[in-house]
Ligand binder design. Structure first.
Ligand SMILES: [Zn+2]
Ligand SMILES: [Zn+2]
Length: 237
């Protein structure tokens, strides 16, 4: 295998790769902390049935706060439920939305690095277009025309393209939802009760404060709601 990265650049590539791996696992781990999303079934919540927006979940048989949604897979009402994420094995909700967005972003960066390295490798090896697709690459590997390593590289690059498409889709959808401060369910039903009146205020409410730097520096910032009590426009005007 030819060296596709210059020795003088090796240190920077190692540091950058370490950052991508750290950010990916850190944000994924935070997304998996699904227990903090559950609409807790406290005794004192019983009288919340009188409060605006609280409703009885007929599956849980408990009162659930506004913006929560019952997930049949998690078997619980989830605070500000956005969607169930199979990759995180839980729901993305009030305390995990921004970690999910950041995870998508760093996964995208990681896939782009993989594709860039693939491009360098294809250039260095002068591979033909015919051998860049999994079926044809498998065929030329079986016939002994290329080393098996090339086939593994093509499979890895194909997975990177698919992952890149999925992460880009979720990142764009989540960003679009944040500009209106809506969840997936609220967006699909046209509910704009929690719109703060401007894109900046909506994104801040959806992702928490310091979101413009927290995608890079993983420090904690408390969201502006505990997931039970929500500000609506009439409270803000
Ligand atoms: Zn429920
Ligand atoms: Zn769920």
């Amino acid at each position: 295998m030819p060296s596709i990265i210059l020795d003088s650049e090796l240190l920077y590539w190692r540091l950058f790769s370490s950052l991508i791996v750290f950010q990916t696992f850190y944000n994924w781990f935070q997304c998996c902390r699904k227990y903090v999303n559950k609409a807790l079934k406290r005794e004192e919540d019983a009288d919340k049935s009188e409060n605006v927006g609280w409703r009885l979940c007929h599956i849980c048989q408990y009162y659930a706060p506004p913006r929560s949604f019952h997930c049949k897979i998690c078997k619980a009402c989830i605070l500000r439920q956005d969607h169930h994420c199979f990759f995180a094995a839980g729901c993305i909700g009030q305390f995990t939305t921004f970690y999910f967005v950041t995870l998508c972003l760093w996964l995208m960066i990681g896939q782009l690095v993989v594709l860039y390295c693939t491009f360098l490798y294809v250039k260095a090896e002068a591979l033909s277009w015919f051998s860049l697709f999994p079926p044809t690459s498998l065929w030329v590997s079986l016939t002994g025309s290329q080393p098996w390593f090339n086939f593994l590289f093509v499979v890895m690059a194909t997975c990177a393209v698919l992952n890149l498409a999925i992460c880009t889709f979720y990142l764009l959808m989540s960003t679009y939802a944040a500009t209106d401060n809506v969840t997936f369910h609220e967006g699909s039903k046209g509910i704009k009760t929690f719109n703060r009146g401007s894109v900046v205020a909506n994104v801040r409410a959806a992702w928490g404060c310091y979101y413009w730097i927290r995608w890079l520096l993983p420090f904690y910032a408390a969201p502006d709601s505990n997931g039970y009590d929500w500000k609506v426009r009439r409270h803000l005007d």
